[in-house]
Design a protein around this ligand. Structure first.
Ligand SMILES: Cc1cc2nc3c(=O)[nH]c(=O)nc-3n(C[C@H](O)[C@H](O)[C@H](O)COP(=O)(O)OP(=O)(O)OC[C@H]3O[C@@H](n4cnc5c(N)ncnc54)[C@H](O)[C@@H]3O)c2cc1C
Length: 428
């Protein structure tokens, strides 16, 4: 007997269309798109549902880490992926009181790809889904918004989604929620993430980029400010870190005050005219920085991966990497059970077990960075007009400078950022 999940109020629907597949994936972000490709190439029928009509969404990061490039290489796709115009970040440098400090030098790693590729996420998703479309058992449905789950006898048997032509019922052996930080699937099953306290928010805006600008990321950390500039071809994507609650103060001080602050922080090669392009608050968006994870990522017939299972803070820019690593582990564990059409709860638990430790470690590291380093740099949230009160430049201890030069230990930050604490490889 059909018994729809009652955990959250769900719309009552009269589907005009009923379809069937083996794996239904909700959300064509990095996690969902890569999982769909990996299952499709194994001959498993997959339907990937994406609520938007295209991949050109708000900025959600453009970073493709060495670990993902290695996985693309295993698939024979890395060289083609890297023909898409991109920038390459070879190291992560900080400006400190004693001059520049290289926290992570990817050139010291043993990999074919000693860099982070800064490749527009929309192009990456387009590339992955185009590749998946080569398999006749794969279907991508854009403009398909999942609003309801289909549960029978405690087992999730698929979803109801709304498309331009009305409601659809999609039945599946396995449903995967890869629908991001505001996951609808997570809400529908009533899973409550455990939040970790956050000390910061981020202002996002764009400034024009010129042909002779540097290609590597730029910015400023220290002297009470954190400002990050990421190369997005025609624009610089700017991230200005502020203490939680600092936004109202900035708004009250007004845009001229923000522009003036930027003028003092930006590198000298950014002329004042570029800052003047920020004329309205609607050009500036506020990202509430969150970090959380679910105690349990699965239910019979359902698995959550990526940000839907663990919202990643933007610190270190690793969320895409971890979302794709979840997809690879899910494909490694679930391909054979999906081929025989039988998914046990223990298979789903195994995916969570393999991914939980790396997620906990990286979130712990992000929280440490936010609470100790970033909070120290920013000072208290009770600053006056400026978002910060500390005027101390960032300091790096002589011991840290010594360790970072050592052959193996010194590459630890680069390895952690490039591959995560537990490197992931594709099984087949
Ligand atoms: C402002 C910002 C900057 C960031 N910068 C970086 C960075 O530089 N590097 C980095 O690695 N990470 C970054 N992150 C984190 C990164 O974006 C996420 O960790 C990553 O995108 C998670 O991938 P995902 O596939 O799990 O989810 P998402 O990328 O969020 O994809 C989820 C998909 O599901 C779709 N969807 C949602 N609901 C439904 C529904 N009901 N039905 C159908 N489809 C649905 C969405 O439209 C979306 O396409 C940033 C995040 C933010 C917010």
């Amino acid at each position: 007997m059909q018994n729809d999940v009652q955990t959250q109020a769900q719309p009552s629907v009269q589907p005009q269309h009923t379809e069937q597949t083996t794996c239904c994936i909700v959300g064509a972000g990095p996690a969902g798109a890569v999982l769909a490709l990996l299952l499709a190439r194994q001959g498993i029928p997959v339907v990937l549902l994406e609520e938007h009509m295209n991949f050109d969404r708000d900025f959600r990061g453009d970073t493709i880490h060495p670990s993902i490039l290695q996985i693309m290489d295993q698939l024979g796709l890395a060289d083609r992926l890297l023909t898409i115009p991109h920038a390459e970040m070879h190291s992560l440098n900080l400006n400190t009181s004693d001059g520049p400090f290289t926290l992570a030098d990817f050139r010291r790693l043993k990999t074919r790809f000693p860099f982070i590729a800064m490749l527009p996420q929309a192009h990456f998703l387009e590339f992955i889904t185009t590749e998946a479309k080569r398999y006749p058992n794969f279907r991508l449905i854009m403009g398909a918004r999942v609003e309801k789950l289909l549960e029978e006898d405690g087992y999730i048997h698929g979803v109801y989604y709304r498309a331009q032509d009305g409601w659809h019922e999609l039945r599946a052996t396995l449903t995967v929620g890869a629908d991001g930080r505001f996951s609808r699937v997570r809400k529908l099953v009533g899973f409550e993430p455990v939040q970790t306290a956050q000390a910061m928010d981020v202002l996002w805006f764009r400034l024009p980029r010129k042909a002779n600008d540097p290609t590597e990321p730029a910015g400023r950390i220290g002297s009470g400010h954190i400002l990050i500039m990421l190369n997005r071809d025609q624009d610089w994507q700017m991230g200005y870190v502020i203490p939680k609650g600092g936004y109202q103060k900035l708004r009250a001080a007004g845009l001229p005050a923000l522009r003036q602050e930027m003028g003092q922080l930006l590198p000298a090669w950014v002329e004042p005219e570029r800052i003047e392009t920020i004329q309205e608050w609607k050009q500036v968006s506020i990202l509430s920085v969150e970090s959380s994870r679910l105690p349990r990522w699965y239910r019979p017939g359902l698995l959550l991966i990526g940000d839907a299972a663990h919202v990643m803070s933007p610190v270190g820019g690793v969320g895409i990497n971890y979302a794709i690593q979840d997809a690879v582990v899910a494909a490694n564990v679930l391909t054979e059970p999906l081929k025989v059409g039988k998914i046990r709860l223990s298979d789903l638990a195994k995916v969570q077990r393999k991914r939980e430790l790396p997620i906990r470690i990286i979130q712990g590291f992000q929280n440490f960075m936010q609470q100790r380093v970033i909070a120290n740099v920013l000072g208290s949230a009770s600053a006056s007009v400026s978002v910060s009160s500390s005027d101390e430049p960032l300091k790096v201890s002589p011991l840290m400078r010594f360790f970072i030069k050592l052959p193996v230990i010194g590459t630890l930050p680069a390895r952690l950022i490039a591959f995560g604490p537990v490197p992931v490889h594709l099984k087949q």
